[in-house]
Design a protein around this ligand. Structure first.
Ligand code: OGA
Ligand code: NI
Length: 362
């Protein structure tokens, strides 16, 4: 039988079944990947050169805060320029906080569908949003991923809107998001210092900025070679702190190849987002990444996305622009990003590309 002929799936699943997510699909006994999730051949996980595992630069947060700071800042700068990614170890958030966050996340996705469904919303501004795929309003081909997105800052505005079940979710998310936010602020301080713009406005602006917690759930997939958990994308904000369980899946684009990031227990994968690439006038890179799924087990990750307040525009820092380094990006607002998201079927035409200035006018 060809991969595209799946009579059972095709005739018996209604279109709106896919809107309910992949966990729901799996709970209903799907044993093959439905057509809706099958990528064109050239976009499948094996179609581009895959480079095996990659050792991301490792940044020791304890050293960054200590006497070795100057050397660590150099390593940080190199990582942000060459990879756009690094692993953060010795970050000071204890294993218990991390363990609770992963555990309660897992239990959220194990709730009956009706319970999770209460948080579904097609409004991209909704402070609590349960959903599936990348952008289920627009995606032609769906991704093998369900998610829960929670706005986290300022916490008193949002915590009462977070799911009330599992009972310990609000506590776990509250503790975890406060700690990751503090960590973000210290890491961002280091990143700005490594760029030589420590006192730039953006440091103040990022204090009032957004924190969005994205809990990603990727069920085990019967035919992982046909689909992806997340399509190639870059993250929109300033910086992302990603916590993954011990299952591989995250792949980053490096030297034209896809490379799998090997999880380091209790560490964070940190990456530069589009807003920061714009602010740095292209010195630090917002790198394209994606998620592969596997047939052996489900996978869970928690991404803490830190970005400027929606009312703020981002533009290249004037300290990084001179005659030799002309401005490379347009001023960019959150509305620009949302317009882009809701107008395009996602095919890795990166949002950032649309913000680049290709002609220099003097
Ligand atoms: C994301 C993301 C990677 C992962 O949420 O933007 O890239 O491993 N997640 O889940
Ligand atoms: Ni991402």
């Amino acid at each position: 039988m060809s991969l595209h002929a799946q009579p059972y799936v095709h005739h018996h699943l209604q279109q709106n079944m896919y809107q309910k997510g992949v966990k729901h699909l799996c709970d209903n006994g799907v044993t093959q990947v439905p057509n809706k999730y099958i990528l064109p051949e050239l976009e499948r996980p094996q179609s581009l050169v895959v480079d095996g595992c990659i050792e991301l630069p490792v940044i020791d947060f304890a050293q960054l805060q200590g006497a070795e700071r100057p050397q660590v800042l150099k390593a940080l700068s190199k990582a942000c320029q060459e990879f756009g990614f690094f692993q953060l170890i010795n970050h000071g958030i204890n294993n218990e906080t991390i363990g609770k966050m992963l555990d309660v996340s897992k239990r959220f996705f194990e709730l009956p569908f009706e319970e999770r469904q209460r948080y579904m919303s097609s409004n991209l501004y909704a402070p609590v949003r349960y959903g599936t795929s990348f952008n289920q309003n627009n995606d032609g081909v769906f991704c093998w991923r369900d998610f829960l997105k929670l706005s986290c800052h300022p916490m008193q505005d949002f915590s009462s809107l977070w799911p009330s079940s599992p009972l310990d979710l609000r506590d776990a998310v509250g503790e975890y998001s406060t700690k990751t936010r503090n960590l973000y602020e210290s890491v961002m301080e280091g990143i700005l210092e490594s760029l030589g713009v420590a006192n730039d406005d953006i440091a103040n602006i990022s204090e009032e900025g957004n924190q969005l917690m994205v809990i990603n759930y990727y069920p085990a997939c019967p035919q992982p070679q046909l689909t992806l958990g997340l399509p190639p994308h870059s993250d929109y904000g300033l910086l992302t702190l990603l916590l993954q369980d011990q299952i591989e899946g995250l792949q980053i684009q490096h030297n034209g190849k896809w490379a799998t990031v090997k999880p380091i227990p209790n560490s964070f994968v940190v990456n530069i987002g589009d807003q920061f690439e714009i602010f740095s006038n292209g010195r630090y890179k917002s790198v394209v990444h994606r998620v592969a799924v596997n047939s052996m087990s489900s996978r869970l990750s928690v991404a803490s996305l830190h970005s400027l307040n929606v009312s703020r525009n981002v533009r290249p820092s004037s300290k990084l622009i001179d005659e030799l380094n002309p401005r490379c990006y347009r001023d960019t607002s959150f509305a620009d990003f949302l317009n882009y998201l809701s107008s395009s079927d996602f095919k890795c035409k990166r949002f950032l590309e649309s913000r680049k200035l290709h002609q220099i006018t003097i």
